[in-house]
Design a binder for this molecule. Structure first.
Ligand code: F6P
Length: 537
């Protein structure tokens, strides 16, 4: 069924007027002064994730129009189409059913197959230490790497003792080589993860790992190499006898819930993997059933559209204030930019409005000492998303170290709050004039120094709070992001589940590869031919 695109809805034109009349001049400081209950009204407890949206440039009238827009675009029926297994990835003729992977047994589509696959994977994962493995090298890229690598890092506190997980993705040998150094082939398990089992980087690393294994005296490929793939035939041709298959209705960047999550299950065990799934399922239910006005993924998606298409903000920064979540921005880049970085609608017509923003970020507080300068005083407005975790998990510590790390956690949280406060509050030149600036040059007049030291403020941010970083809360957080990406994709009228934009580079790489050896530059543009010659010289 085809649905109207956002710009075909009457609410779109009303939002344009709304933006011109009030949105453009919306001031967060004035909004808080005028609305004593703004925090209460614009914050929301979704499963496992508390969200404060109050520091965003939005009011009730704008939200009402955005919700109307969502209804006009058939967001609810588009959502049902996904959950019901319709082939919404229409350019590849595939359903999109990552939600079925985390539904409890008996619920959700394909339940029997899903549960059988899960049980087999978890049984294998549980037995990895008993089979004498101390190190697991996971080889995959994109969706077959980013999710598992991010989750394993985030859940380090839940790691099973005696097991080290290594992730190799880049075709650059500088990724694989240091990982292999110091490994004992007798105690190493390789997991080759590739949905298609045709990806250049993954196959190259897998072949190199196999060569290392054999050269280092390893003999039993069948024991030491397993695959997670929907192309188990190709995995078999590689010499792998233990393969964990999955289905074409699991998209690469949505696959950590499937057997692609094997390294997660190995790292944290079956119970924790099930808790990850359950957390995500809780968010699925919220997304599917909460009214649009109190539906967190929907609200986030609507805000994203408001910022991207009316305010013209082109990027969003993610700042997880938890060291374990430091790979989350990289994971979200693929999730959002590969899903919604599209220029045509579902019918193939060029879009007259912007789609995916640039998503980027770094763990707090590190980012504060790098690019936050630009967020506070730069010429672009970049909405920031803060993620705070109320209770830390520093492990079993005692004495002064425990006390110091508890204090550091307070510092971490204070920094997180301070940044969103500073972004919103800003500082006028008049206020800066009242302050002493001990490091300011004595040759500058006070007014000039104050202008350098002032902040525009009114910079929007959202803050998420998790009670603790657990398998369940992490599952919910990831599912929240997945559904928010779905919401904007649905309103923009695009297919969020294909990725044709990666094909051209792959094809050109295949044609350039032999030229690096032969030097043949026939038909190449001047720049590429020049670079080829320079690299070969
Ligand atoms: O290059 C893009 C992509 O196709 C991603 O969508 C995917 O996650 C990644 O490559 C890896 O693909 P595969 O799992 O088939 O190796």
């Amino acid at each position: 069924m085809s649905h109207p695109r956002c710009d075909q809805s009457p609410a779109w034109r009303a939002l344009q007027t709304q933006y011109e009349q009030s949105g453009r001049r919306f001031d967060l400081r004035e909004a808080f002064a005028a609305e004593p209950l703004r925090f209460e009204q614009w914050s929301l407890q979704a499963p496992e994730v508390f969200a404060d949206l109050s520091k965003n440039r939005i009011d009730a009238a704008t939200l009402a129009l955005l919700v109307q827009l969502a209804r006009d675009c058939g967001l609810e029926s588009q959502r049902e189409a996904m959950f019901n297994g319709e082939a919404i990835n229409h350019t590849e003729g595939r359903a999109v059913l990552h939600t079925a992977l985390r539904a409890p047994a008996g619920a959700g589509l394909h339940s029997d197959e899903v549960q059988a696959s899960l049980a087999r994977m978890l049984e294998f994962a549980e037995g990895v230490p008993a089979r004498g493995f101390s190190d697991v090298v996971h080889i995959g890229i994109g969706g077959s790497d980013l999710g598992p690598a991010m989750v394993v890092q985030a859940l380090q506190a839940y790691g099973r003792p005696g097991l080290k997980l290594h992730f190799v993705s880049n075709v650059d040998g500088h990724d694989l080589a240091p990982v292999l150094q110091g490994l004992d082939p007798a105690k190493t398990l390789f997991v080759i993860a590739s949905k298609t089992f045709t990806t250049q980087e993954t196959l190259a690393n897998a072949l190199a790992a196999k060569a290392w294994f054999l050269a280092a005296g390893g003999t039993d490929i069948a024991k030491h190499f397993v695959a997670t793939s929907s192309n188990t035939r190709a995995a078999g041709e590689f010499g792998i006898t233990t393969s964990f298959g999955f289905w074409d209705w699991v998209g690469g960047r949505y696959s950590l819930w499937s057997v692609i999550g094997l390294p997660i299950a190995i790292a944290v065990g079956a119970a924790n993997f099930r808790a990850l799934l359950a957390g995500a399922h809780g968010m699925d239910q919220h997304f599917r059933s909460a009214p649009l006005e109190r539906n967190l993924p929907v609200l986030l998606g609507l805000l994203d559209l408001w910022y991207r298409n009316f305010h013209g903000f082109t990027s969003r920064s993610v700042a997880p204030y938890h060291q374990g979540l430091r790979r989350l921005p990289a994971y979200l880049q693929q999730l959002e930019m590969e899903s919604n970085g599209k220029g045509v609608d579902r019918e193939g017509r060029s879009l007259p409005y912007g789609t995916s923003p640039v998503v980027w970020g770094e763990a707090g507080t590190n980012g504060q000492h790098a690019y936050f300068q630009m967020l506070h005083q730069g010429t672009d407005v970049i909405p920031v998303e803060f993620i705070a975790v109320k209770h830390p998990n520093h492990g079993q510590l005692e004495g002064e170290l425990a006390a110091r790390l508890a204090d550091q956690h307070c510092k971490l949280l204070a920094n997180c709050l301070a940044q969103s406060q500073a972004l919103m509050q800003g500082k006028t030149t008049a206020a800066a004039l009242q302050e002493k600036a001990p490091t300011a040059s004595a040759s500058l007049d006070a007014e000039t120094v104050a202008r350098h030291r002032s902040f525009p403020g009114n910079r929007p941010s959202t803050t998420f709070v998790l009670d603790r970083l657990t398998p369940s809360s992490l599952g919910a957080l990831i599912a929240l992001y997945e559904h928010r990406v779905f919401v904007t994709g649905a309103l923009w009228g695009i297919n969020s589940f294909d990725q044709w934009g990666v094909e051209l580079g792959k094809a050109l790489c295949n044609s350039l590869l032999p030229r690096l050896t032969s030097g043949d530059a026939t038909g190449l543009d001047g720049s590429t031919a020049g670079l080829l010659a320079h690299l070969r010289a």
